[in-house]
Design a protein around this ligand. Structure first.
Ligand code: SF4
Length: 277
């Protein structure tokens, strides 16, 4: 056990020795107080009625609880990584888990609200997926920023082998669902902002401006997709909508966008990635 420095907040202040709560404290005394507190509690019962061993409740466990609660509330892995102060996403992911059962239920829920690039619903009836369909869905797709890609060669390359320069919303292999609504909205905002900014830019040749400006067709396509997904959600009962929200939270926890894909604002100054070809 090491010592912790709690400079920014008043933590465990003592009237005389540490009135500001800014001095480092040793873990051992806190561990002792914590142990007495836990031991004085009634049995800690799990959801299935079995007792959770009190010896396993140590101060460090709260870091896991913190991560798990954030994950359950839908905090994105990247955000949680920052909150936890980790360098690696892998480390953060070790602090929480998403059960296979929950992921499967979430996939079941969202797959019946999946849309193609035109905003047509792909599976019009809710259905429970068979085992092999789950496997296919999990294996036969990779994430792109506002949906998924099912193009076989790109999937095989782990998302690094798009044959169409990531023009997803114009591609037959693209799918989206309500869990991507935040990304779709952000993308639309970005396109509109870029369009305005480029229209006002005086330091670009006309050809460069044309190439960099998001096309009307792309803006229209994203608007249609958002509208179709929102209309679909509007048609649900409160209970069904809540189930979709829950499924979305679960899937967003594990979602990582393929590294081969440009971000919603591509980091590289390859302006041609920003326009339709
Ligand atoms: S454009 Fe997008 S959906 Fe189409 S193959 Fe490339 S990554 Fe997949």
């Amino acid at each position: 056990m090491g010592t912790f420095t709690c400079t920014p907040t008043v933590l465990f202040p003592q009237p005389r020795q540490n009135s500001e709560g800014t001095k480092p404290f040793r873990m051992q005394p806190i561990g002792n107080v914590h142990r007495r507190w836990i031991n004085a509690m009634p049995p800690l019962l799990l959801a299935d009625g079995t007792e959770f061993p009190k010896l396993e409740v140590v101060p460090y466990s709260y870091r896991h609880s913190y991560a798990q609660r954030h994950a359950d509330a839908g905090t994105l892995p990247d955000v949680l990584r920052e909150l936890m102060g980790h360098r690696s996403l892998q480390t953060t992911q070790g602090y929480y888990r998403v059960t296979e059962k929950r992921t499967r239920a979430a996939v079941d829920k969202l797959v019946s609200h999946q849309f193609d690039r035109h905003g047509n619903k792909i599976w019009t009836q809710a259905r429970q997926l068979l085992e092999h369909e789950h496997a296919r869905l999990r294996i036969g797709q990779v994430s792109v920023p506002y949906g998924i890609c099912v193009e076989p060669s790109n999937v095989k390359a782990g998302g690094h082998g798009c044959p169409f320069r990531f023009r997803c919303v114009g591609c037959d292999h693209f799918r989206t669902d309500p869990s991507y609504l935040p990304e779709l909205r952000t993308y639309l905002d970005t396109l509109l902002r870029d369009r305005e900014r480029l229209a006002a830019a005086t330091d670009l040749d006309a050809w460069a401006r044309t190439e960099a400006t998001p096309s009307e067709e792309e803006v229209k396509r994203i608007r249609t997709l958002i509208r179709r997904v929102e209309t679909d959600l509007d048609g649900l009962t409160d209970d069904e909508r809540e189930q979709i929200t829950e499924a979305t939270r679960t899937l967003r926890k594990t979602r990582t966008v393929s590294l081969g894909m440009p971000g919603i604002r591509p980091p590289e100054p390859d302006l041609r990635l920003e326009r339709d070809t």
